[in-house]
Design a protein around this ligand. Structure first.
Ligand code: ADP
Ligand code: MG
Length: 152
């Protein structure tokens, strides 16, 4: 596994817990994909250009069927056995990245591996609004925090 993070990445505004969720989903998928492949390599790169911070997550796992590539961001699309996959990871990740005005793209070849490319735009400051929920009743604030996780 290799992790390569450029020094001096610019600061951007983000909902950190949501972006962590995206990384966990995509890295979790990569680890699943690597289980069945002989070559097991995972590489994560973070670098900036004038428009965005790019995060590339690349694995040498099983790859994605050509017929599936347009479906993987659909809610509940999964190729994993029941109990293993919910099919929600990429759909939620896509919503989170969109809420940050970013993009997420995938390049994959069956049997070779997959590359997920996330772009988080710089200067998104003005577009962010945050919903503050103040309530001392755990039955109220826990579900609200779970179901309103993204900023719009
Ligand atoms: N890195 C990857 N390599 C191969 N297939 C992948 C990869 N990431 C996602 N997929 C495919 O996309 C599907 C949907 O992923 P996801 O939304 O995270 O749901 P889940 O992981 O619960 O199946 C997976 O079931 C798998 O078929
Ligand atoms: Mg997943």
């Amino acid at each position: 596994m290799s992790v390569n993070v450029d020094k001096n990445l610019p600061d951007i505004y983000m909902k950190v817990s949501n972006i962590q969720q995206v990384f966990l989903n995509i890295i979790g998928n990569a680890l699943d994909a690597l289980k069945s492949s002989d070559e097991k390599s995972l590489s994560i790169r973070m670098y900036a250009n004038e428009k965005c911070i790019n995060v590339d997550i690349e694995d040498t796992g099983c790859g994605i069927d050509h017929d599936h590539i347009l479906k993987i961001f659909d809610p509940f699309f999964t190729t994993k056995p029941p109990g293993k996959g919910t099919g929600l990871g990429l759909s939620v990740s896509n919503s989170i990245i969109k809420a940050h005005e970013g993009t997420i793209n995938v390049f994959s070849e069956k049997g070779k591996g997959s590359l997920f490319k996330i772009c988080l735009p710089l200067n998104n400051k003005k577009k962010i609004s945050i919903i503050l929920v103040v309530d001392d009743d755990i039955m109220i604030h826990t579900p609200i925090n779970q179901y309103v996780p993204f900023f719009h």
